[in-house]
Design a binder for this molecule. Structure first.
Ligand SMILES: Nc1ncnc2c1ncn2[C@@H]1O[C@H](COP(=O)(O)OP(=O)(O)OP(=O)(O)O)[C@@H](O)[C@H]1O
Ligand SMILES: [Mg+2]
Length: 236
């Protein structure tokens, strides 16, 4: 079976004021269709950097990244934009919702690039907001929503074009455990529907819910283990 994601000797360095910051150090990784992966590791260990590369928002310094068998480095800008928009749903660590823009409009935006009609976009966005439990908040703007609600709008937006791969960076960060539980249930449903899920978390209870747990330390994979059946998230 071809992995959805395949990294070979992936390296990411940043250059800052004449210094090289080595963030990802020769990472080898394969993620298969319908995997449900949690990535954990200390702050600054390279999780977001890795997710940004997986989401084609950033490029590696060296090594290869194959997405569904295609070497990302060799794709042209149009192909890359299409994949980013249609194959991948990205939930950012800081939500990245457009301010002063209603929830429904935020969810509709990715669909504009996918050339759906206006009425189709409205209907789909409404359905997605209902799916994440925000059918009664569609006109609210981000600053009128709670943290957990913003996170759910961000998830609805990530689902706009029905991507098969969902990348979520701290989807339950900065929210209470009950809202976190709802978001996790949502991701589990998406997994049950056949999607591939990769999430980053600093909460052990969230990490234990995934089928596979990868620990990153100092830019390297420290451990990578399959986990048993789902455990209930421990409250608090
Ligand atoms: N644009 C950049 N230029 C220079 N260094 C960067 C840049 N982006 C990230 N870094 C550095 O790379 C390292 C990894 O950052 P990253 O955001 O991937 O960490 P993280 O594991 O997601 O941490 P957190 O748990 O706090 O979100 C950090 O030491 C950070 O300072
Ligand atoms: Mg991060």
């Amino acid at each position: 079976m071809t992995p959805v994601i395949e990294l070979e000797q992936l390296v990411k360095n940043y250059h800052l004021e004449g210094q090289t910051v080595r963030v990802l150090k020769h990472i080898d990784l394969q993620i298969f269709e319908n995997d449900f992966v949690a990535i954990m590791g200390p702050s600054g260990s390279g999780k977001t950097t890795l997710m940004n590369i997986l989401g084609c928002l950033d490029t590696p310094t060296s090594g290869t990244y194959r997405l569904s068998g295609h070497e990302v480095d060799r794709l042209n800008r149009n192909e890359l934009a299409r994949i980013r928009n249609q194959e991948i749903g990205f939930v950012f660590q800081a939500f990245n919702l457009l301010p002063n823009t209603s929830a429904i409009r935020n969810v509709e935006l990715p669909m504009i690039y996918a050339q759906r009609s206006k009425s189709e976009r409205r209907e789909m966005a409404l359905g997605l907001l209902e799916y994440v439990g925000l059918g009664d908040r569609i006109k609210h703007r981000p600053h009128q929503l709670s943290g957990g609600q913003k996170q759910r709008v961000a998830i609805a937006r990530a689902l706009a074009n029905d991507p098969s791969l969902i990348l979520a960076d701290e989807p339950t960060g900065n929210i209470d455990s009950l809202t976190g539980e709802k978001i996790l249930n949502l991701l589990e449903d998406l997994h049950d529907e056949g999607r591939t899920i990769v999430l980053v978390t600093h909460e052990e209870a969230v990490g234990s819910r995934a089928r596979r747990l990868i620990r990153i330390r100092d830019g390297q994979i420290e451990s990578d283990e399959q986990q048993g059946s789902r455990q209930e998230m421990v409250a608090g």
